[in-house]
Every structure is written in structure tokens, then in C-alpha cells.
Design a protein around this ligand. Structure first.
Ligand SMILES: C[S@@+](CC[C@H](N)C(=O)[O-])C[C@H]1O[C@@H](n2cnc3c(N)ncnc32)[C@H](O)[C@@H]1O
Ligand code: SF4
Length: 387
């Protein structure tokens, strides 16, 4: 992970496609299932309008990364993706080597669109594989088999130089040994990047109801730790160490767009329920748009954008966000940037105590980072440093 790139200028554009074919019982993303066909042309017009409105507020940027997230962006027609990319290029400069990622679900229908996405300008896909076991995939409410998922990974590999896929671990009934075997199989298919998420029981999901009823066994702290350690050891041995708490890459394979968030850089959030951070006239604005897709459309069509929140962050909020996001990264943070944001440096005695406990460390380049034993208790480490 190249420390020297941490301060390179970056501007990301996130676009949210809020529809899925079905709702997975563990997921609390802003995703909706619709019976009727989606009017993609109408959405393209609304995306283009919101891009224009955002560019009017934040002009003269060079876009270094674009990310179509969801929901399920691979339900969009390639022409829809192309039209949205054209709208971005009409309003901002786009770097020649810009990263353009699209999240895809691994059904065979969607994989057949990959060439179309590439022709439209996408140069990276991220596939939601989740598990390599058909019984587990059914429990997770997925609409694809393990075979289909691996086939989709194969198509991604043949079409794109850069691809990634997601797996969820620490699932009900899974042991760290099961996971080790599954992860080794997955690594045989991996390119330069893998996202490995520990199952989170999100409030108000069917999984939360099952957990509350005692029908879903969640690993205790020691087992969760064993899952985490297994993940780190196996990935590092395969040359894909963690560069972020849940993300692994070969050197150079890191997702540039997600690094924009973790490095607390600037990004526009476009589409229903998208968040942005825009630096306007010396102030950092935290923006969020209307979440409900049809209400977002109506709002954009009447007012020109879907923004419902636009808060100027205080120094303290900016510094806390910088710490919270940056300490997720293996490269850590530049303490001088924290001091500049906050108006005072981090507390040296707290750093010394956390260092003593082996939870944080200072790199040779003077960056503060969370050490391996600190990652499973990251929230507590951040809370301590921010106090
Ligand atoms: C926005 S989802 C989109 C990907 C795509 N729609 C799909 O499901 O294939 C991004 C990723 O978040 C992860 N995820 C979603 N809910 C999760 C949860 N409750 N616990 C852990 N990981 C989760 C999944 O791995 C998923 O692929
Ligand atoms: S995990 Fe993906 S496919 Fe499933 S509901 Fe969430 S966004 Fe949709």
C-alpha cells in the first residue's frame, strides 16, 4: 500500500441504483424490489440532472473514480450506464486512468451484460458472491448458485483487467475451519481484490428477527476473533493482505474509489439515498439525498436535485470522521492532518497507552495505524483516541 499516494488529489462520484430482484434477509442497504419494469430513461434524466446540479456546486474537479453501487447496478442496461457516464463527462473532467466500478450480482443474465458495460466505460466489476455453498446461498436468500457465481467471476476475469468479489463469513453454523476451506477455494478464483465481510445482524432485517428468536447462532467474541485471524493469515499468505479492515488486495489492486472515503477525500453522491462530501468555499458539506426511489425522482424532477441534507461539518466532526475512516486502513493516518483539522494534536498519552497494549503503532513514515490485534476492537480504539 503506497503511503505516498494517500495525499494525491482525488474526487469520486458515487451513483446509487436502488433496485434488486429480491431482498436478501441480512441486507439493510437502500434497495427495493419493484414488480413493474423500471423506467431507466427517466432515471437517466434524473441522474443527469443531479450530476449537473452537483457539478454547479462543485465545479472544476477531475474525477478520479466512479462507483455504481446498490442495490443491484447490474440490473441497469449498459446503455443506461453509458448515458450516466456521458453526463459525468459533460460536467467534470474525467482522469484518463479513472477507475469506473460497477457492483454486479452473479446471475448468468447479468454476466452476459459485462461486455456491454466495458464498452460503456466500466473498467472494474465487484461481484456479490457471498458464499460458495448452495445451501448457504439459499439461506442467504440469494438467487444464484455457487456454480453461477464462479462462472460470473470467470466472465468478469475475461472481460475486465480489474475485478473483485465479496464473501460473507462468520455465518450461522459456519466454523473457522469451514471458512478456511471456503476462503482457499475463493482465493484460487481471485484477481487483485477481495472484500470479506463478517456477517452483521442489521436491525429491522429478517435476520435480526431470527437472531432475536434464538434461531440464528452468532459467533461469540473468541470465535469471531478466530474467523478474523484465519482470514488475515490466509489472505496474506496468498499475497492479498488487508489494506482495510474488510478489504484485501494485491499491491496496486486496491479499490481507488473506496480509498476516497477512507482517506476522507471529496466525493459526490448521486441517486436515491446517496451520501456525498463536498468542499465548497473552504467548508466541508455532508450531503444526502432522498432515499425512496420514486420520491427522489419526483424531487429531482421538480427541484433539480434530490438533496435532503446538506450540513456543514464542524472541525471536530471532520477530525472524527478522518480518524474513524482512516484507521480502518492498514496505511493508517497522518497525525498532522488530524491536528490541522481539529486544531490540536491527538493525545500523546492515549497513543502511548494504546501502543503499550499493542493496539496501535507508529510507522517509520510517521503515520499512526491500528495494529493487527487492534482491528477486531477498532471501534473502541477510535473512541479512545477521539475522546
Ligand atoms: C451493496 S451490497 C451490493 C452487492 C450486490 N447487490 C450483491 O448483493 O451481490 C455490498 C456487499 O455488502 C455485503 N453485505 C450486505 N449486507 C451485509 C451484512 N448484513 N453483513 C455482512 N455483509 C453484508 C455483501 O457482501 C454485499 O455483496
Ligand atoms: S445484498 Fe445485494 S442483492 Fe441482496 S438485497 Fe442487498 S443490495 Fe440487493
Amino acid at each position: 500500500m503506497a503511503d505516498e499516494r494517500a495525499d494525491a488529489p482525488a474526487f469520486g462520484v458515487y451513483l446509487h441504483w436502488p433496485f434488486c430482484l429480491s431482498k436478501c434477509p441480512y441486507c439493510d442497504f437502500n434497495s427495493h424490489v419493484r414488480r413493474a419494469a423500471i423506467d431507466e430513461a427517466r432515471f437517466v434524466r434524473a441522474f443527469a440532472a443531479e450530476i449537473a446540479a452537483t457539478a454547479a456546486r462543485a465545479p472544476d474537479r477531475t474525477v478520479t473514480s466512479i462507483f455504481f453501487g446498490g442495490g443491484t447496478p447490474s440490473l441497469m442496461q449498459p446503455a443506461t450506464v453509458g448515458a450516466i457516464l456521458d453526463a459525468i463527462a459533460r460536467h467534470w473532467r474525467v482522469a484518463a486512468d479513472g477507475e469506473v466500478t460497477l457492483e454486479a450480482n452473479p446471475t448468468s443474465v447479468e454476466a452476459t451484460r459485462f461486455r456491454g458495460y466495458r464498452a460503456a466505460g466500466v473498467n472494474r466489476v465487484s461481484l456479490g458472491v457471498q458464499a460458495l455453498d448452495d445451501r448457504v446461498l439459499a439461506e442467504l436468500g440469494r438467487l444464484h448458485s455457487a456454480r453461477e457465481a464462479l462462472d460470473a467471476v470467470g466472465v468478469a476475469r475475461s472481460v475486465f483487467d480489474r475485478y473483485s468479489f465479496d464473501l460473507i463469513y462468520a455465518r450461522p453454523q459456519q466454523t473457522p475451519q469451514d471458512w478456511a476451506a471456503e476462503l482457499n477455494r475463493a482465493l484460487a478464483e481471485a484477481g487483485g481484490h477481495l472484500s470479506l465481510y463478517q456477517l452483521t445482524i442489521e436491525p429491522d432485517t429478517p435476520f435480526a428477527a431470527l437472531a432475536a428468536a434464538g434461531k440464528l447462532k452468532i459467533p461469540d467474541e473468541d470465535t469471531a476473533r478466530a474467523f478474523y485471524d484465519t482470514t488475515q493469515d490466509i489472505c496474506a499468505a496468498h499475497g492479498l493482505p488487508a489494506y482495510e479492515i474488510s478489504n484485501h488486495a494485491r499491491p496496486g489492486g486496491e479499490c481507488r474509489h473506496n480509498l476516497v472515503y477512507w482517506r476522507a477525500q471529496e466525493y459526490a453522491g448521486i441517486g436515491p439515498g446517496a451520501h456525498g462530501r463536498l468542499d465548497i468555499a473552504g467548508a466541508r458539506h455532508a450531503t444526502a439525498t432522498e432515499k425512496r426511489p420514486e420520491a427522489w425522482l419526483a424531487r429531482v424532477e421538480t427541484t433539480g436535485d434530490g438533496v435532503v441534507t446538506d450540513d456543514v461539518l464542524t472541525r471536530e466532526e471532520m477530525a472524527d470522521e478522518f480518524l474513524l475512516m482512516g484507521l480502518r486502513l492498514a496505511e493508517g493516518i497522518d497525525p498532522a492532518r488530524y491536528a490541522a483539522l481539529m486544531g490540536r494534536p491527538l493525545d500523546a498519552t492515549r497513543i502511548a497507552a494504546l501502543t503499550e497494549h499493542g493496539l496501535v503503532e507508529m510507522t517509520a513514515a510517521g503515520r499512526l495505524r491500528v495494529s493487527m490485534p487492534g482491528f477486531p476492537v477498532l471501534d473502541a480504539v477510535v473512541a479512545d483516541l477521539a475522546a
